[in-house]
Design a protein around this ligand. Structure first.
Ligand SMILES: Cc1ncc(C[n+]2csc(CCOP(=O)(O)OP(=O)(O)O)c2C)c(N)n1
Length: 542
């Protein structure tokens, strides 16, 4: 390997990113990253200009996940870099592959130069899997190592810095060799695990397969063959939505803090065997996973790098599932969770009164029902944090993997809109629907302008407007505290969206909502729809 004296560090970084399959970098620039941006441009990597670095990071992570690569966000030093905490933390706890690159103060500058100087590496090291400063001796390798760290399960974030001074220096590193493939996961005797699972199922009367964030979508087909052949009941965590077809009879529900969680916990408690395939409690806000008898079947550690204590198998899911599917079912089960499934369905259909009062607003469950009736099953749905996330997380009938995105390990507000933009860029042909609260929407609605400008202007955004941080309002009520500091006055969603160049409307009925959204989806047009919701209508659902 020879040293390429002609190549600048910025060009070397651009080469490495391109070799890792990166074709877009999201961000918001400062003067210190202009050379790197230019190197990316010359290397054919598009810079997606955003309105806030946090949003850029969230977009990038979803884009990278759907592309099967790594999302990359680029920021300036100081304030721009400081805005990265949210997407890095989200990427860690939601297991999304995100490489953040920020500018930094050159090491040659005097220590008295304190303007915009922050201990960035020290600040971010605790929340990333890999952190380091790039220079002419270590930029290529840092990118390779960071990309590998992001992609290795559990996927997550990396953070690298580069000073403007180093960016323009000649690289002192050799040219890359090799493919940079993802390091192989932990191999194990899947046959022995299959044998064990078969034996446990033979004596279980109410088994439940519990799918989580650590289950790889590449194994979906094998999984479906196994659970269908053996007729096994399945529950998923919110970020595992779509691994099984949620409209099918063996689907029990979404566990891990969504709507009707008490009912879901009841199902978990009724089960006499829980098979946690890729199950990661990073999504669970309660503690049942610590006491219920879960047989953990994992391919990698949990989001924070630890293994659960106790009954754990680490094995290759692909060979395990092929093995299981080739065996005959050790016994039959006749719908052990029928009563739970019925109750969940009746709440979704609105035939069980959840005790909510409503006025003129549209019932939350009707919103989900109407939208799911008019949107195609291939629609990618994103949500923000809040009551509406609980609702969509539980009741949106996902059919395919990679079609539902929410922040659930971190549960950060402001995720839904950037995630929708990232998803649209990665899957231009798929309809994309963002379901947001009016609180979350007001955190970054300006990214609607970004969406139009960068080629994601055909997303459909539904804003559930209740003039309240309603999830917190419910928390206040359930603690018998007075209503205080959780409600706000409306910002006109329609005018906000129109100001960003989007077509927008207000739906007064469920039927009107369905008609508006269906027409936009049919024409492949973008739309923002405000839907009135009574914050108290979520009672019984959150
Ligand atoms: C960045 C961030 N700040 C605060 C919270 C706490 N929080 C969780 S849900 C929520 C309310 C969200 O309100 P809105 O977006 O209107 O949705 P709704 O609950 O009304 O459906 C808040 C404040 C959070 N999760 N993330």
């Amino acid at each position: 390997m020879g040293v390429s004296a002609e190549t600048s560090v910025a060009d070397a970084i651009a080469d490495e990113l391109a070799a890792a399959g990166i074709d877009r970098v999201f961000g918001l620039p400062g003067g210190e990253v202009l050379h790197l941006m230019d190197a990316l441009r010359r290397r054919g990597i598009t810079f997606v200009l955003c309105r806030h670095e946090a949003n850029a990071g969230l977009m990038a992570a979803v884009y990278g996940k759907l592309q099967g690569t790594v999302g990359v966000v680029l920021t300036t030093l100081g304030p721009g870099a400081a805005n990265l905490m949210l997407p890095l933390a989200n990427s860690l706890l939601d297991r999304e592959p995100l490489l953040a690159i920020s500018a930094s103060i050159p090491t040659s500058w005097p220590s008295l130069h304190t303007h915009q100087r922050l201990p960035l590496l020290e600040a971010y090291r605790p929340v990333v899997k890999y952190a380091g400063a790039m220079d002419r001796c270590i930029a290529r390798r840092a990118i390779r190592d960071a990309v590998d760290a992001c992609r290795l399960e559990p996927q997550g974030p990396a953070f690298l810095t580069l000073s403007a001074e180093e960016a323009t220096r000649p690289s002192a590193e050799g040219i890359r060799a090799g493919s940079g493939a993802v390091p192989a996961g932990i191999e194990a005797e899947s046959a022995a695990v299959a044998q064990d699972i078969e034996g446990r199922l033979a004596s279980a009367e109410r088994p439940l397969v519990l799918l989580g964030l650590g289950f790889q979508t590449a194994n979906t087909a094998r999984l479906r063959v196994w659970v269908d052949r053996w007729n096994l009941p399945v529950a998923v965590t919110p970020k595992a939505k779509g691994l099984v077809d949620e409209t099918k009879a063996n689907f029990v529900g979404v566990v891990g803090g969504m709507s009707v969680d008490d009912l879901m916990v009841e199902a978990l408690q009724q089960a006499d065997l829980l098979i946690g395939l890729g199950f990661d409690p990073v999504e669970v806000d309660k503690r049942w996973h610590a006491s219920l008898p879960i047989c953990w079947v994992l391919e990698s550690p949990l989001a924070t790098g630890i293994l659960p204590p106790g009954d754990v198998h680490i094995c290759d899911h692909a060979s395990l599932l092929s093995d299981l599917a080739a065996r005959p079912a050790p016994r039959t089960w006749s719908d052990p969770f029928a009563a739970i499934r019925r109750q969940r369905r009746e709440i979704a259909e609105g035939s069980i009164d959840t005790g909510a009062g409503n006025g003129d607003a549209i019932a939350p469950t009707e919103i989900v029902r109407r939208l799911s009736q008019v949107m195609s099953p291939s629609t990618i749905v994103t949500t923000d944090a809040g009551s509406h996330k609980y609702l969509f997380g539980q009741f949106w009938p996902s059919r395919e993997p990679g079609t539902f995105f929410m922040s659930n390990g971190l549960s950060g507000m402001g995720y839904g809109l950037p995630a929708a933009i990232g998803a649209k860029l990665a899957r231009p042909d798929a309809p994309v629907l963002a379901a947001l609260g009016d609180g979350g929407f007001s955190m970054n609605s300006q990214e609607l302008e970004t969406a139009r400008r960068v080629g994601a202007g055909d997303i459909i955004v539904v804003v559930l407007a209740d003039q309240s941080y309603s999830l917190i309002r419910h928390g206040q009520r359930s603690r018998n505290l007075p209503n205080y500091g959780v409600d706000f006055t409306p910002i006109d969603t329609v005018r906000t969206a129109e100001a960003c160049g989007f077509r927008a409307a207000r739906a007064r009925t469920g039927k009107e909502l369905a008609e508006l959204v269906e027409a936009a989806a049919d024409r492949g047009e973008g739309l923002v729809v405000e839907v009135p919701v009574d914050p108290d209508a979520y009672r019984g659902l959150v």
